[in-house]
Design a binder for this molecule. Sequence first.
Ligand SMILES: Cc1ncc(C[n+]2csc(CCOP(=O)(O)OP(=O)(O)O)c2C)c(N)n1
Length: 650
Amino acid sequence: MADALRALAMDAVEQAKSGHPGMPMGMADIATVLFTQFLRFDPRAPDWPDRDRFVLSNGHGSLLLYGLLHLTGYADMTLDELKRFRQLGSRTAGHPERGHASGIETTTGPLGQGLGNSVGMALAERLLAVEFGEAIVDHRTYVFVGDGCLMEGISHEALSLAGHLGLNKLIVFWDDNSISIDGPTDLAVSDDQVTRFRAHGWAAERVDGHDHEAIAEAIRHAHKSNRPNLIACRTTIAFGAPTKAGTAAAHGTPLGAAEIAGARQRLGWSAPPFVIPEDVRAEWRAAGARGEAVRRAWEERLRSQPPERRAEFLRRQRGELPAGLDASIAELCDGFRQANAKVATRQASGAVLDTLTRVVPELVGGSADLTPSNNTKAKDQKDVRPGDFSGRYIRYGVREHGMAAAMNGIAVHGGLIPYGGTFLTFSDYARPSIRLSAFMGAGVIYVMTHDSIGLGEDGPTHQPVEHLAALRAMPGLYVYRPADPVETAECWALALHRRDAPALLALTRQPLPLLRRDAGTENLSARGAYVMAEAEGVRQVTLLATGSEVSLAIIAREALAKEGIRAAVVSMPCWELFENEPREYQDTVLGSAPRVAVEAAVRFGWDRWLGPRGAFIGMEGFGASAPGEALFPYFGITPEKVAQAARSLL
Ligand SMILES: Cc1ncc(C[n+]2csc(CCOP(=O)(O)OP(=O)(O)O)c2C)c(N)n1
């Protein structure tokens, strides 16, 4: 059965003239033991919520996963798809992409990300098990990793977090083949991985990764563990290949006809390319059928749950938001207006969360050790602790990358909506995982505070300058920069409603005046940009701004009005939403008068809104260490400068 996986990998890579045969051939035995004896899955119900999760973190070995899905009977993973490996429009992308085929739990390829996701998946399982009971939530997370995953820095954060939380239903198989692209791994690394995992609080043991009984025994052992588990599997890359096995030559290039013929002979596999002998296919199908009865029994248990719990569980699985969310947001906005709240948007966000966490129980929050700064912990949220998963607030520690990867795992697991905070400037530390949120359409919500020089004294290392531009450049990520408490609540509502894309809220450290005094219940941020203050009469200039700079634009507008210059102020809390609006709406908002944009960040990206005659007031380089109030004038980001720029355009 393992040889069937090997043959499919060799043949598909050969056909595509591209791909990685070595890893699938090396891990085929481990995969066979796991899928035929342990993994709880049902190809006929790929999204069965209580299935075990399988993550291929060393995603370059994608053919191993495709072979497994094909052989165990996932309907959409046909032999044809394997033959079209890496071709345009096939389900069998170069690296596994979530959504391309059922059974692909998460997108992998950037090494270490899958491992990071798996921590979130295993955590989500525990959180939901406590909430809904182990009768309906009781599954494991199995992960394949290579040397590359373990060399990546993200592995440190992932292992450390999983070890701290004691996620004992997480089982990692390390493809310990001592080979990566450059050659033997000892060119670059001499870590003792088993000792390393143990130091992180994991149980770890070594096995021969080609000995089925030893692998099975290690899995049985791991099932009884009270810690997360590493099974370090000693393997040979491209096992079976006569001259390339055990060498870097087998990592990422087709083996070639002669080598494949030699491997067939060694393995005793005489079937032609893409042909699986009936008896082997039947055994694999039987392995795929193992889970059906288990799944049906689970469905029975779900049916016998109290109706309310069952309905809530199913609502969460469908990703439907609870009724009452929008009413709560409207109420919050009213409250802000009545209180004339002059607060930082991070503080407004905290107030929003105090309400939302009660209305939306699937919210699970956290911060990378900046809870008091990010205002991410709601009043009634309890900490998640090792061994106690009844809370809904995760202390991610100073692990931005690990946090973001775990949040992706929580999001794709289903049943929970993760949000987590850090300083906007450290979005760089999480960026590879943010990219995967965007790529997968995972509805993670990033709460990034201290969003400009306005944060002040911590200085230029902490003051984001190019981050908004860099984040806006990322396809599929919705970047929100609200201007006041009302917009903050609106942006939270928008972030929550869009369950098929990540959102990033850029929030201020410093207090801002309340700008939105309109009493309507319409979410004005929903179109991405809107006229906050129209000109008195025909517009002569349009002032565009986001976040903390909208209030500067408002002051500039008043100053200009005194001189008889008619300026409108457009608040642009979310460029991506505005881009989605029809051209007519965009034209109405932007107007035909010259435009001045103000944002305490670099100009990059703004020209698309400014047009050929526009002016920009913002940052041209890094910030400086001083109180925020001193920095805005120092860098020339003031109402006077905005007004001056406006005048110069008339
Ligand atoms: C973040 C990241 N960096 C680099 C790569 C390119 N890359 C793909 S596989 C690989 C080597 C991985 O070695 P190992 O995990 O030992 O895989 P094996 O050779 O055993 O298949 C590299 C550098 C990548 N996919 N992701």
